[in-house]
Design a protein around this ligand. Structure first.
Ligand code: NAD
Ligand code: TYD
Length: 354
């Protein structure tokens, strides 16, 4: 088995490659990554001497290079993307280029090389925003609301079009919010944990009651492994651990684990177009492929917080240079909205209310 992983130096890709080469050490894995601000080869240092791992620095927009690298590849697992909603609000150009045009380019190379499977990694954000009720599932109509989500939605459509039009053997997965080691500290959980380690406050958007459905990255990767090996060509699978939490609940959990109090929370101006709630109904992958999440949110958070405590060199290097410019742009000018009511009623407000 020769597998090409795009975006393998990012958060989920890193964890995926480590997982695959541990489970199938005889697979040949090529990591194709441009190494944007989110890609970090240090993540994969322990694999440098692995006989079946190789790295190619390349942009997914470079179809010629992809075509060359894809010779003899059986399976493509396409993670490469721009992945942060706040950055897509600031500047969407690169999201359209990488996520839409880049996916088109990977599809073209895959078609030319007759790959046996093209698995596209997508997100539940393509479905839009839920109210208090309801769950996203494979038949939920698309309704993306951020530039990030719409660029991922467009890429999903392209992938399915290559199946219907050209017979490319594709599968798609739409997964909920991931957390775990190696996540770039611009995303909620690593940002809050690392800020607190540095003695900085955590910026909670709006009223803190937006809901996300969290899955540990290792459970996501097991699901992808099952889909690649046993999933039906042309099908989509929704992945989620049925682990909904408000951002306030997550903040409280992190504060408690870090031994600090409310004085470290800063309510800031809300994200533009902030989706209220995401939640996945994962019954198809459970029933058809026997997937189920293994890591409970509490256990996963404990491990993740410990990982960031023990790997300060990793994120301190990452939280420098370009990151500081981004942080200043994103949070520097935000008005601090002190939602006194919420602070006084933390207990009452920790439930999921929309
Ligand atoms: P990430 O931002 O941590 O990593 C993205 C990787 O892609 C980086 O290594 C980067 O260098 C690489 N990349 C970016 N542009 C590239 C280009 N033009 N050419 C080649 N490589 C390029 O992202 P992540 O959180 O690991 O997400 C991976 C995938 O999973 C994305 O497709 C994302 O949409 C999807 N996803 C993420 C989540 C989540 O919670 N993080 C949830 C569901 C789906
Ligand atoms: P994020 O990790 O950016 O993932 P996504 O937007 O893809 O779901 O954000 C998760 C939730 O946390 C989302 O509701 C926005 C919120 N959030 C904050 O309150 N403060 C922050 O600084 C960040 C980055 C996110």
């Amino acid at each position: 088995m020769k597998m090409l992983v795009t975006g393998g130096a990012g958060f989920i890709g890193t964890n995926f490659i480590k997982y695959i080469l541990k489970k199938y050490p005889y697979y040949a894995v090529i990591n194709y990554d441009k190494l944007t601000y989110a890609g970090n080869l240090e993540n994969l240092k322990d694999l440098e001497t692995h006989p079946n791992y190789s790295f190619v620095r390349g942009d997914i927009l470079n179809t010629e290079l992809l075509d060359y690298i894809m010779k003899g590849v059986d399976v493509v697992v396409h993670f490469a993307a721009e992945s942060h909603v706040d950055r897509s609000i600031m500047e969407a150009d690169v999201f359209v280029l990488t996520n839409v045009v880049g996916t088109f380019s990977v599809l073209e190379a895959a078609k030319k090389n007759n790959v046996k499977r093209f698995h596209h990694i997508s997100t539940d954000e393509v479905f839009g925003s839920l109210g208090a009720e309801g769950l996203f599932h494979e038949d939920t109509p698309y309704d993306p609301r951020s530039p990030y989500a719409s660029s991922k939605a467009a890429s999903d459509h392209l992938v399915r079009a290559y199946y219907h039009t050209h017979g490319l053997p594709i599968t798609v997965s739409n997964c909920s919010n991931n957390y775990g080691p190696y996540q770039f500290p611009e995303k909620l959980i690593p940002l809050f944990v690392t800020n607190l380690i540095e003695g900085k406050k955590v910026p909670l958007y709006g009223d803190g009651k937006n809901v996300r459905d969290w899955v540990h990255v290792s459970d996501h990767n097991e699901a992808v492994d099952l889909i690649i090996h046993e999933g039906k060509v042309g099908e989509t699978y929704c992945i989620g651990a049925q682990s909904e939490r408000t951002n306030r609940q997550i903040t409280d959990l992190i504060l408690a684990k870090m031994g600090v109090g409310e004085e470290m929370v800063e309510y800031v101006e809300d994200r533009k177009g902030h989706d209220r709630r995401y939640a996945i109904r994962p019954y198809k992958i459970m029933a058809e492929l026997g997937w189920k999440p293994r890591v409970s949110f509490e256990e996963g958070m404990e491990q993740t917080i410990n990982w960031y405590r023990e790997n300060q060199d990793w994120w301190k290097k990452v939280k420098s240079g370009e990151y500081l410019e981004y942080y200043e742009k994103q949070y520097g000018r935000k008005n601090v909205v002190v939602v006194q009511k919420n602070m006084e009623n933390n207990e009452k407000n920790s439930g999921i209310e929309i």
